[in-house]
Design a protein around this ligand. Sequence first.
Ligand SMILES: C[S@@+](CC[C@H](N)C(=O)[O-])C[C@H]1O[C@@H](n2cnc3c(N)ncnc32)[C@H](O)[C@@H]1O
Ligand code: SF4
Length: 379
Amino acid sequence: MAGIYIHIPFCKKLCHYCDFYHVVSTDDHTDFISALMKEAEIKQNYLGKETISTVYFGGGTPSVFTVNELETTLKHLYKHFPIENDCEITIELNPDDVFPEYLKGLKDININRTSLGIQSWYDEDLKMLNRRHTAEGAAKALDDIIKTGFDNISVDLIYGIPGLNIERWASNIDRTLTFDIQHLSAYHLTIEPGTLFGKMMKKGRFKETDEEESVAEFNLLIEKAEAGGFIHYEISNFGKPGYFSVHNTNYWKQIPYIGLGPSAHSFNGYSRQWNIPNLKKYTKYLKEDKLFFEKEELDLKTKFNEYILTSLRTMWGIDLEYVENAFEKEGYDYVINMAGKFINYGLMVQKEKSLILTNQGKMISDNIVSEFMMPGKND
Ligand SMILES: C[S@@+](CC[C@H](N)C(=O)[O-])C[C@H]1O[C@@H](n2cnc3c(N)ncnc32)[C@H](O)[C@@H]1O
Ligand code: SF4
């Protein structure tokens, strides 16, 4: 059981908040697809005989690829990897790229999960974020996805954005939940240094949403999503029963994956490696059958910290049996000692052999996670 992530780095417009690796381009994709194929060949033995249970086209904006381009890429993956019959195959879609024929094409090539980046149902928010779609465009796209017969549909929303208040956030969630969707990812806006928002903030021209408002929006999100039949299975993710993202859940459960494309990460259980976040160099090197990447061997402490970071954000929490097996008595004692304080404050509970954040704990999960981190050699 393993995953393949394909990073399609093209965007037609630059969103003011986003620092995922992307280039604004309408160039031909031929060279890039050839490079992806070369990389897939180079990495075909990276995970040994592990079968592939999920494929995820992310970005950037994978929906700038035509159905033919996606099909060519997928066929190549089928040729080089043992892909399971019921593999979850996801594509991230920009509402502006979605139309019925395109969706039918995606279904015909066995893409069975869609993730639509709506972000907000207010045009003024979309403008402020510099999205290229409108609210009505998003409604039409979501309708079309449902009508095409997709039955594993996710929507992305963003909260904690300036100008959004609790009433508007309530109506963003409500409108989303009127559609027959199975999954919702809702992210609090993070201000990244290299983005326009980050630069504006540095100059004092952008004010982050205050903490009280953020907490109120997060609470409302949990309340409304749960009332709508969604399970809060990770800090930013909600799924109807049976519809959690298998691909992302596997990341959080330390299951290995292969990343293809510029900036993509790969993980084989022992080391992590990441491709150069530069499309030109990525393509140029692969033309010469070379892959430009950096690599980190994961020592026990790093593995421990990664496990805490990901597991604490999920509804399954820290598995104490796993900790004892993987990190021995030292790791186990460390976790138990740390947890005591958070349990006393009502931020964490122990359920059988797991330590899980309460809703109150989820509000300050970043602080709890950072307190749990085992200091490294240089800290
Ligand atoms: C990297 S995008 C890729 C999907 C596609 N390009 C799109 O924009 O819909 C995946 C999701 O990450 C979220 N995202 C990206 N940057 C973010 C930020 N700084 N704060 C909060 N959410 C962010 C957005 O909700 C977006 O839909
Ligand atoms: S949010 Fe999506 S469309 Fe916007 S810049 Fe990032 S990857 Fe591109």
